[in-house]
Structures are given as C-alpha cells and as structure tokens.
Write a protein that binds this ligand. Sequence first.
Ligand code: AMP
Length: 385
Amino acid sequence: MIHMKDIELTNKRVFIRLDLNVPIDKNKITSSERIDRSIPTIQLALKKNARILLASHLGRPKEGEYNKRFSLFPVFQYLKKKLPTVDIIFSQNYLNGIQIQPNQIVLLENVRFNCGETKNNTHLAKKYAQLCDVFVMDAFATAHRVESSTHGICDFVKTACIGPLLYSEIKILKNILNKPKRPMVTIIGGAKVSTKFKLLSSLLKITDTMLVGGGIANTFISLFHSVGKSLHEKNFHKQAKKLYSSNKILFPSDSRVSTSYSEQAQATVKPISQISDNEEILDIGDKTIDNYEKIINTAKTILWNGPMGVFEFPNFRKGTEKIARAIANHSALSVSGGGDTIAVIDLFDLKKKISYISTGGGAFLEFIENKTLPVIERLKRFKNK
Ligand code: AMP
C-alpha cells in the first residue's frame, strides 16, 4: 500500500475520507474523540501543502435527503476552533466540482446525504474521484464497509493511499494477531455467541486463554447446567460445544442473578449449578471476578471486547467494572474495541490506562475475524511510482 506520509501532495487536491461520525446532541458534539484522532492526518496534509477535502458520514440519514440532525456543520465549527489559523470552509454542494486553494480545507457535508453512497454507487464514486488528484482512506471505523466514498472511489482515482490513523490501527492489530507476547488472554463478553461466532473461532486459534462473560457465557454454561430464564442460545449448542472443545474457554463458576431484568432488582450471587427456573444471570459472580483477575494478571497480551453483564444497570455492573479495572491496571499490552466496550471504558474513565483502544466497532471485529478488510485489499493495488 502507498502511505500518505510517503507521497508528494503539494498543490494536489486530496480527498481524505475520515471518520468524523461523532455523537451530537442538540447541535453539540458530546464526544470529540473521533475528530481529535483525525487531527494529525489533517495536519500532515497541511504540512504537505495540499488542497484538502475532508469527507465523512454522520449517522444513518435517509439517502438523497438533507436532514439537519445529521449535518456535519457542528464538526465544521469544532474544526475551526481546533485549527484557528487554518482557512476552513464548509460545502453542501460539491458533487459537480469545487474551488480549493493550497492549504485550504473544505469539509464536505455528510456523504450519506448523497444517493447511492452506502450502495457503493459507481456514478457517485466517479463524482468523488473527479474532485481530487489523490484519495486518502483514513476511516478505520468504516473500512469494513464497501461504499462509494470508502471503496468505489478507488476505481476512478489515479492514486489512492492509506492515512496514518488507519495504518496505525492495522499495524497494532496485525502485531497482536500475528505475534502476541504470551500468554495472551482474551476477554469476550456481550450478548450472543451467534453474533460473535466468527470472532470467537478466529481468536481461539491465537489466544492461550479465553474468559467469557455476559450472555455469551450463559450459552456455554447452559451446555452443563440449567440457566433458568437467562439470555442464552439453545439452538447454538452445537457450535458452542465445538468452540469449547478448544480447551481454552473459561466460563464463570458463579453469577449475579435476579428474578427480574430491571435496574431496581435485587442481585444475588449464586454458583452456576444452582440457578432456579425463575432466575436470570445478569453479571458474573465474585469468585469468578477473583479468578478472572488472577488470570488477567498473568497475561502479557490482553484483547478485550464486550461487557461481563448488563453493565447499563448499576446493580449488575460490578463484574464489568472489576474486569475492566483489572485489564487497565495490569502492565500487559491491552487492546480493546467494539461499541459497548468503549462505552464501558468511558464509564469508568479508564481511557488512559488501556494501551490501545480501536476507533472501529464493526471494523475492529471484522479485522480480527479476517485479518484484513475489503478496502485494505483494494488499496494494495496502488503502487508508488
Ligand atoms: P454486544 O453488543 O454483543 O457486545 O452486547 C452488549 C450487550 O449485552 C449490552 O447491552 C449488555 O447489557 C448485554 N448483556 C451482557 N450480559 C448480559 C446478560 N447476562 N443478559 C442479558 N444481556 C446481557
């Protein structure tokens, strides 16, 4: 792949696909994390005297329709504050061409307002390509999606390269997947085995031990014990057995249970062999927490995705909090990603203590499953002349 840092961009029109998909509430950005992580890429383009076009999606608007709720305008205002000496403009109407000066930045309105974006429409991809001389892909969180501004554009540009943020995400993930320092301990929580089956299968080939929690653990527990009315997948027993035969999976020995799924419900800790028909497992128990903490403390590499229970309810948050803190406080290289995992890290303010937090949710999981992503394969076809 060609790297953005290695190519000449002076006076060139550079279309940089970023992930500026930040949460916005009443016109206010509630977490600027994704914009902040993209600033070094923008600064690199400025240093190289490029004419800069920034593109991103925001949310899931109805294609072909403008909707203020999904406008990138608040991102434009944030960028102007963050880069006060830079000439930045905002463009809503750009598909038929746009004037741009060296060292100027044009932030393009949400690409998902354009008809065909998410379907990787060829006509739209060609229009994006006509706006630029070079395409830079730097949106890891969207890199698993084959869309006009992430993938299709590559078919019509002369030069396409990888941006620094996408490159660093992939490098770290590749390192951990190809040569992890051992022992490697993987912690997987969340709701269902079925949605993470490929992820679990791929990770079991690499990891030394896998600790499971959440609804995922319930399915493994249900291979041996009754789990009452807990969330679990009976019709996934065959696949769960196959995963379990790796001898690398450890599931909880006790659980925090309740007779109702609610924030007010009384939580009781019970061995997993004593769950009644009217009870459901909503978190891991205290013995399990102790045991998981001990195992985490032996790790040299940690990979973590998913909560250990219903962390949204304070009464069933203890397992997730303790395990998150154990990961954060241990000196091993720790890598985490996936929507709810980032929410957990934010909730307990552990961001600074995790070695690497991936910006991608689906892309993070898909990269682990396949060790590549469609756009990465596409970018490999461009060679630096
Ligand atoms: P996922 O997107 O697969 O990582 O799942 C995250 C969701 O799983 C969170 O919203 C949790 O509340 C939920 N979850 C975790 N453990 C349990 C459980 N034991 N029972 C029901 N839901 C759970």
